[in-house]
Design a protein around this ligand. Structure first.
Ligand code: NAI
Length: 347
């Protein structure tokens, strides 16, 4: 693992990107709560997203943000939108490509105090999504005036990296099963490459049960028997879509964190976007970003602080019953954050 940048006072420096829409609200909450845990973290504030596009920078990511992440190797970011008419590219895709964060880890776990139709199931699964290849290369063109074409690019190297990371992650977490969900029955070369790579690598992890599953059946089984699943490896678009589904299983996008991991860099964020419909109203649920912040603390080896953060989230939702509107509660983002801070202070 790459070494972190330490400040003079010995704190781990993290690039902090508030993002767009509800981004400043939820990242602000996360920052406050990380500070409440006493974690030895310092922040370098940087911009990316809508405001940067509007300044005329087509990538949405300014050089001083790139420089900062290159130095700190770790970022906590809010969602970034690509405003129509200001830029063609997604600032998120730019960040993933620049820092080669080829894996997107999206864990979901049944949360006490978050009632869902699946509350009686013990859901604890992780989508491991390939993060830089597939249709997200964004290469599209008109074949004829009436026919559009998009390129789905999948490399053997990319498949190997994501499959190995999936198995290593499962091994590190002591998980028992790894699925690989593909559409290899139709796209035999592209999706089939992930399936074949998975089957070639799996025997190196004999203690882990490995199963290939067709991705549409995976969607079906995830809703019927989510407790069957442990780690699921997918190509970029399948992982994008099914990880929103898995977020829904545990209460929605407000509860789903994610980590973009590369060999040298790690960028932590929520699965959700900038939620323009509720931006600025002070009602966003910061839990997803908070759980991403806990993943970041684990990554920084601040394990105790990560544990306290997760416990405070669980106690605030389950015992204090302080909940935001998406969960049928009436707490504002600020009230929810305040309740978490007092849980941490008294915990
Ligand atoms: P979205 O995730 O922003 O919103 C979908 C729905 O979920 C909305 O009704 C929203 O109010 C609700 N929601 C999302 N997060 C919530 C939270 N924390 N608390 C309460 N409710 C929440 O998806 P949408 O509308 O498709 O995307 C909006 C923008 O975000 C787009 O510009 C998109 O490109 C961008 N986006 C950025 C992502 C990132 O930076 N990683 C990821 C997904 C979308």
């Amino acid at each position: 693992m790459s070494e972190f940048f330490l400040t003079e006072s010995g704190k781990k420096l993290v690039t902090f990107i508030p993002g767009d829409g509800i981004g400043p609200e939820v990242t602000g909450a996360a920052r406050r709560i990380i500070e409440a845990t006493g974690a030895a973290v310092a922040w370098e504030d940087r911009e990316a997203g809508a405001a940067v596009f509007k300044q005329g920078l087509p990538s949405g990511v300014p050089q001083n943000t790139i420089d900062s992440i290159q130095k700190t190797k770790i970022a906590l970011k809010g969602p970034l939108e690509t405003p129509i008419g200001f830029g063609e590219k997604s600032a998120n895709v730019t960040l993933r490509k620049l820092f080669e964060t080829y894996a997107n880890i999206r864990p979901v776990r049944t949360l006490p105090g978050v009632p869902t139709p699946f509350s009686n199931k013990n859901i604890d699964l992780v989508v491991v999504r390939e993060n830089v290849e597939d249709l997200y290369a964004g290469i599209e063109f008109m074949q004829t005036p009436g026919v559009a074409e998009a390129l789905k690019l999948i490399s053997r190297k990319g498949c190997e990296k994501i499959v190995r990371l999936g198995f290593e992650f499962a091994r590190a977490e002591g998980r028992k099963k790894v699925h690989c969900a593909t559409k290899s029955n139709i796209m035999k070369l592209t999706e089939g490459m992930l399936k074949r790579t998975f089957e070639a690598v799996a025997p190196e992890y004999p203690e882990i049960e490995s199963t290939h599953i067709i991705v549409d059946n995976c969607a079906h089984q995830l809703v019927r028997f989510p407790e069957w699943f442990d780690v699921i490896i997918m190509t970029n678009m399948n992982g994008d879509i099914l990880s929103d589904l898995t977020s829904g299983l545990i209460g929605g996008l407000g509860f789903a964190p994610s980590a973009n991991l590369g060999t040298d860099y790690a960028i932590f964020e929520a699965v959700h976007g900038s939620a323009p419909d509720i931006a600025g109203k002070g009602i966003a649920n910061p839990t997803a970003l908070l759980l991403a912040a806990a993943m970041m603390l684990d990554h920084c080896r601040l394990i105790d602080q990560a544990k306290r953060l997760r416990q405070a989230v669980s106690d605030t939702l389950n015992l204090d019953k302080v909940r935001t509107g998406d969960l049928g509660g009436s707490a504002s983002t600020a009230e929810f954050t305040k309740a978490l801070v007092s849980r941490i202070a008294n915990g």
